[in-house]
Design a protein around this ligand. Structure first.
Ligand code: NAD
Ligand code: IPM
Ligand code: MN
Length: 361
């Protein structure tokens, strides 16, 4: 099978974890006799440096023509003082909008071997396995206006959602729940926000179309608390853009590190983009110690959702579990009796697992 994959390494640890993902894909290609072609493009700070914009047209065009897109991370202190239209993060928001990537799926599942590596108690995390379905192209992130007023003495950020935008993410979440344990938690702030009231109404309306799924509504503040006191009560969580951003970083604590959390950003019928939930980690960039697992698991999601290569996706996931089970970990994880390795060494171990496991095709 021939597939064209666009790589957007970005900034900070982005290129470091992207190298790891590419090596894993090369190993998969050899094992299964696939041909993946890779084309790298600039996004974020590196694009500002090279093209004076965080999202060059050629990057958008290449993504539109690809079978799938992998993204590392964008941003860093170097670009933090730029005007908002030149910030690296604007490039990320722009590509999500340009590709209409309205559904961001963030699976969160603890690894047996890492239960003790979380600051939460093992018995709290044990058995947790949830999926955050985050709306990705609406809400406060894309508010118009979003500006300073009154000569800089006031600000306005608007939060807009259309019925149609809410319906499609809610449908996606119900469908995801049908493929899992059939329980949906819709998270909102319907006691205060008009947008959340509409959100809740739509979830209620949609319920009838998915009679096999049980539904509950939880306010976002309570959801934040429940997520770390009793995470196993959740199966699928659906929520708007900013709540989903915050809750997913919080949920990463269940896995021991933000460096473990993959994500898939999907559109209705176009190309999908796969990105770790973490950022460019400027504090460790360039040291070669970043955890590549979030990025590597994101490539597994890419194989599953965009390329329909389920066996290959499972192979990557099995490789990650096996290496973690053997106690290998990067410095971000506090593993007892484990072996601390760097990005390259961890990637070597995963690639080696893939190379030495027979494929029964
Ligand atoms: P961050 O996710 O980059 O880092 C938070 C903490 O987690 C840091 O201590 C970092 O070292 C650690 N960390 C994150 N990923 C790791 C990994 N793979 N391995 C080991 N440790 C890891 O968040 P931040 O520091 O708040 O933001 C830094 C920059 O990244 C900002 O410019 C922000 O806008 C950007 N950002 C980008 C994305 C993205 O591109 N998707 C996501 C979040 C933040
Ligand atoms: C993420 C990031 C982005 C977001 C930022 C960098 C714009 O935090 O992917 O979670 O908030 O969506
Ligand atoms: Mn985030």
């Amino acid at each position: 099978m021939e597939k064209k994959i666009v790589l957007l390494p970005g900034d900070g640890i982005g290129p470091e974890v992207m190298d790891a993902a590419k090596r894993v894909l090369d190993a998969i290609a050899v094992q299964w006799n696939h041909s993946f072609s890779f084309e790298s493009h600039d996004i974020g700070g590196i694009a500002v440096d090279n093209h004076n914009t965080p999202l060059p047209d050629q990057t958008i065009n290449a993504c539109k023509q690809a079978d799938a897109v992998l993204l590392g991370a964008v941003g860093g202190p170097k670009w933090d003082q730029l005007p908002s239209h030149l910030r690296p993060e604007k490039g990320l928001l722009g590509i999500r909008k340009a590709l209409d990537l309205f559904a961001n799926l963030r699976p969160v599942k603890g690894f047996e071997k890492l239960l003790h590596a979380s600051p939460l108690k093992e018995e709290v995390i044990n058995g947790s396995d949830l999926l955050i379905v985050r709306e990705l192209t609406g809400g406060l992130y894309f508010g118009t206006p979003s500006e300073r007023t009154d000569n800089g003495n006031a600000v306005v950020d608007t939060l807009t959602y259309t019925k149609r935008e809410i319906e499609r993410i809610v449908d996606k979440a119900f469908q995801s729940a049908q493929l899992r344990r059939k329980h949906l938690t819709s998270v909102d702030k319907a006691n205060v926000l008009e947008s959340s009231k509409l959100w809740r109404e739509i979830v209620e309306e949609k319920k009838a179309s998915y009679p096999d799924v049980t539904v509950e509504h939880v306010l976002v503040d309570a959801a934040a608390m429940k997520l770390i006191t009793n995470p196993s009560q959740f199966d699928v969580i659906v929520t708007e853009n900013m709540f989903g951003d915050i809750l997913s970083d919080e949920a990463s604590v269940l896995t021991g590190s933000l460096g473990m959390l993959p994500s898939a950003s999907l559109s209705e019928s176009g190309v999908g983009l796969y990105e770790p939930a973490h950022g460019s980690a400027p504090d460790i960039a360039g040291l070669g110690i970043a955890n590549p697992i979030a990025m590597i698991l994101s490539t597994a999601l890419m194989l599953r959702y965009s390329l329909q290569l389920e066996e290959e996706a499972k192979m990557i996931e099995a490789a990650v579990i096996s290496i973690v089970d053997q106690g290998y970990h990067t410095a971000d994880l506090q593993v007892q009796n484990g072996t601390k390795v760097n990005t390259l060494e961890l990637t070597d171990l995963i690639v080696n697992y893939i190379n030495t496991n027979e494929v029964h095709a």
